[in-house]
Design a binder for this molecule. Sequence first.
Ligand code: HEM
Length: 159
Amino acid sequence: QGIDWDKQFGVEEKVRDPKTGEIPVDPYTQSNANAGASPVSGASLVRQFGGKSGIRRIAERTVELSEADPRISAIFVSHDMVRLKRTLFEQFCYLLNAGCDYTGRDMKTTHAQMGLRKADLNALVENLQQAMREQKIPFAAQNRFLAKLAPMSKDVITR
Ligand code: HEM
């Protein structure tokens, strides 16, 4: 009676920021180096991706497709999809040289505890490809972007 069990067990409730709708994360150093690669040069890819708004649609759609994808949906449960949509957009925008800074965490730390396998990555990449197809991104441009992301697989896959 009258015992605050959360307090007894040191459980801290994480409340979404009323402004951003995101769940706060532990402090880390923000840097574009966390994005995992350097941006492409030139403006041709940004143009082909439909600028920032096109890139945002692709990032958000990739997250939505993955949340609904029975192969990998369980991995996303209990993670903050509001934050992921924002940070994934920032990362894509930064890498495509569309004028964003990436403020998220680095790829290795972020995915370290998820136990991701190659099959999980393949599923995510397929969802990204579908998102890009839906936005009618030219195939060669899709592949240039995927080539930017590919080397990150070594930081993401842990088993
Ligand atoms: C090259 C491949 C990948 C890239 C570029 C990537 C990118 C990102 C980025 C930018 C974040 C946000 C980091 C932050 O919150 O500060 C993130 C988080 C996350 N990623 Fe990935 N990711 C990749 C692969 C995957 C795969 C294969 C899965 C699962 C199928 C996955 C699941 C997640 C989840 C659940 C989070 C949320 C983490 C959290 O809230 O703690 N990612 N990823």
